[in-house]
Write a protein of this length. Sequence first.
Length: 415
Amino acid sequence: MSTYGNLFRVTTYGESHCASVGAIIDGCPPGLTLSADDIQLQLNRRRPGQSDLTTPRNEKDRVLLQSGLEHDVTLGTPIALLVKNEDQRPHDYSETDLYPRPSHADYTYLEKYGVKASSGGGRSSARETIGRVAAGAIAEKYLKQAYGIEIVAFVSSVGKVHIPFSVQRPSQDDEDDEQVEDALSEEFRHLLSTVTREQVDQHPTRCPHLETAEKMTQRIIRAKDNLDSIGGTVTCVIRNVPSGLGEPVFDKFEATLGHAMLSIPATKAFEIGSGFRGTEVPGSKHNDPFVLKPDGSGRLGTKTNWSGGVQGGITNGEDIYFRIGFKSPATISQAQATAQYDGTPGSLAARGRHDPCVVPRAVPIVEAMASIVVMDQLLIQNARKTAAALLPPITTLPKTMVMPGKAQTEQNGTA
Ligand SMILES: Cc1cc2nc3c(=O)[nH]c(=O)nc-3n(C[C@H](O)[C@H](O)[C@H](O)COP(=O)(O)O)c2cc1C
């Protein structure tokens, strides 16, 4: 369906070639200072036509706030926002009246609904993600102000061009118990803990490792010149998230994050923490030992963070980091042997304006979905803590049931 979230609820609407796209956001706390500029910043990073590496569709994507705030302060009521579709060219798609585009959503939408938008990707188009990015910008503003939470995504690979120290060294030897550092190097972990949006935006590929970024550019241009496309990965880090977020068992933090990420068009893979690479390292090297946090809080932290900030489906206060795989876009101008809707074999060379690689534009979408997930989980956990804090303290519990060094009232109290 088109609504995501429990207490911070985001409903997006719109198709690629209709009058407008947008979102209704319900559950935003009242009293948040918010202007269209806060939202526009991220929409500008998502919009098409930013460089030669993206689709030339020329959309300004100016956000129009319709409700839910006055004098740049949120009222706690639903926020409606819209962005007009201005540069539609439905005739670019006439050949797709006959052909479902291979690996696009034309065939499955028609199979499912029995009717589909007459041009473009309709609801499956990345235009839909405008509503997500706008909603994410609102969540992010709250998270930053209330908790100092930082969310930064960046392009970590395009085709086979990876940020070099992000890749596992190949070892076919099963007897060789690799160090976990081989799976995710010191340099890459340093990048995760320090990378900023300014660094990410230094290069049109949105890869903060500039040497790799140049190679990525060449790879995307090669795909474009060949009338083809290429995929890639986006890595994202979320810093300063409080411990305790996530709703086991079905709404574990990483499950909701994976759900949100895999709902972005063109996604094919999601991994958190050491991910698939961690599976090749024994527990003795992969476990994250506990240490007293050096910040004087008296709390436990972990020495390493192969868990990616989530254990048992609950955040542990460490940085949350994850990676998403985006496929090579389906719409290519190179002729492909395929079949028409009626089964007649033929050849499709798609016209229209398309992204040769989606990852540079996917970066703000990933950040938006991450913001929405954290926001929703925070509101849920805060509601639980507030409810628990109203109860009289229990003084009869065995020691093993309570956090050492903490009075029970404090433990049940709000953060
Ligand atoms: C930012 C962004 C831009 C995209 N641009 C295109 C595009 O130009 N051409 C295309 O075929 N798909 C593009 N896609 C992907 C399609 O929307 C998606 O592949 C299609 O709806 C099929 O869905 P699926 O790949 O999730 O199965 C884009 C995706 C994103 C996130």
